[in-house]
Design a protein around this ligand. Structure first.
Ligand SMILES: NC(=O)c1ccc[n+]([C@@H]2O[C@H](COP(=O)([O-])OP(=O)(O)OC[C@H]3O[C@@H](n4cnc5c(N)ncnc54)[C@H](OP(=O)(O)O)[C@@H]3O)[C@@H](O)[C@H]2O)c1
Length: 347
């Protein structure tokens, strides 16, 4: 039986300082007849969690949004099935104790109640921490393989390449046989990325960096840009004729969108595609299942390997995790271990 109360990063109101967040005791969620209760073992913070916490994400919109205080922060989690749905305990393809990964608001907690559509079984080949890290970046697989349709031998540029989405875009593009140029915020991070990431070039986003991208391609430009930071005008300059730009996020824009030089798109016959992973999954669930089949195959074949940053044990380390993300210290993914295991003193 799950306890009646649990620890969680609970927000009674939006919080402009997510790094100050600490766990508090809240009632353990009561699953509806159709929901699974999952005991969370790991959760993985991302840029969007910070925007959710401080009320700046588009999901917090008063009418169109679905994240409104009070709420438990967090989206990506790994855990074990604690309780099957009462309406379908016999017919479920999952059983108690099975390892799952999932995405749902409320993940920075010891328990979460979710519908079947929010969780997937963790393949035996994957440990739960890696699976948790990789859950949140399935969007990168989808954007490289299904949206940009990157092919072997092509060259791609990834902005925000140190980040969760960016580092996974780099890995997936390498796995399909592309050459990858990773854009880094500063030289210190670039050094770590050259050491720990399998990419063909790491270029620091400063000075004449666009010329260095063009030089890398012999002046031709890149076939595709995976843009996580919001730099479409620069991406146009980096692209080859008939290149593709996939807009994934605006991490560097502080909420201010850029005006795009439309004539430059025409002159270079460039395709710009926006990709909203969550909504695409809600509208096209069959396509999402196919994306996950391909993604899990790449993971279980060992072609992708989670790049885990730092050590974060227990929900009490979430404030530090969010601070490190905000301060752009991270490359790869933070995973926070949750529950008794994480809190037990190391002897
Ligand atoms: N399209 C979708 O469906 C979807 C899904 C999830 C997330 N997103 C969005 O995708 C973007 C990336 O998400 P993520 O979780 O990968 O973020 P992340 O882990 O925080 O990485 C973002 C990267 O962008 C770079 N960056 C440059 N300027 C920045 C700034 N002012 N603040 C923060 N980072 C900055 C950083 O690298 P350097 O320090 O090396 O520059 C950082 O590593 C976010 O905008 C997020 O909201 C989109």
């Amino acid at each position: 039986m799950p306890p009646s109360a649990m620890q969680a990063i609970h927000l009674p109101a939006f919080n402009l300082s997510p790094s100050s967040l600490v766990p508090s005791s809240v009632p353990t969620p009561q699953p509806t007849a159709d929901e699974y209760l999952v005991r969370i073992t790991h959760c993985s913070p991302q840029h969007a969690d910070i925007l959710h916490a401080n009320g700046k994400h588009q999901n917090v919109h008063a009418k169109r949004g679905h994240v409104h205080p009070p709420f438990i922060l967090g989206y990506d989690f790994a855990g074990t099935i604690e309780k099957l749905p009462s309406s379908n305990a016999e017919g479920s393809d999952l059983k108690e104790g099975d390892r799952v990964i999932g995405g749902r608001i409320g993940a920075f907690a010891e328990y979460i109640a979710v519908p079947r559509s929010a969780i997937r079984r963790v393949p035996d080949e994957l440990d739960s921490a890696s699976a948790c890290a990789m859950h949140g970046v399935a969007v990168s697989y989808a954007s490289v393989v299904e949206v940009a349709r990157v092919k072997q031998g092509e060259t791609v540029l990834v902005s925000g390449a140190s980040g969760g989405l960016g580092s996974a875009c780099c890995m997936v593009a390498k796995a399909v046989g592309a050459k990858v140029i990773a854009l880094a915020g500063d030289e210190e991070k670039a050094k770590a990325m050259r050491r720990d990431m399998d990419v063909d070039a790491v270029i620091v986003n400063a000075g004449d960096w666009i010329q260095r991208v063009l030089d890398f391609t012999g002046g031709r430009g890149v076939d595709a840009v995976l843009d996580n930071t919001g730099m479409v005008n620069d991406a146009i300059r980096c692209c080859a004729y008939a290149g593709t730009i996939v807009i994934l996020g605006f991490a560097a824009r502080g909420g201010v969108m850029e005006d795009v030089k439309m004539n430059r798109l025409l002159l270079k016959s460039i395709t710009v595609i926006g990709y909203r992973y969550g909504e695409s999954g809600r509208r096209f669930p069959k396509q999402m299942d196919e994306i996950w089949d391909g993604y899990l195959k790449m993971l279980t074949d060992g072609k992708l390997k989670a790049l885990l940053y730092g050590k974060y044990e227990g929900l009490s380390s979430m404030g530090r995790a969010l601070k490190d993300l905000e301060e752009r210290k991270v490359y790869g993914k933070i995973v926070v271990s949750v529950g008794e295991e994480a809190m037990r003193p190391k002897l």
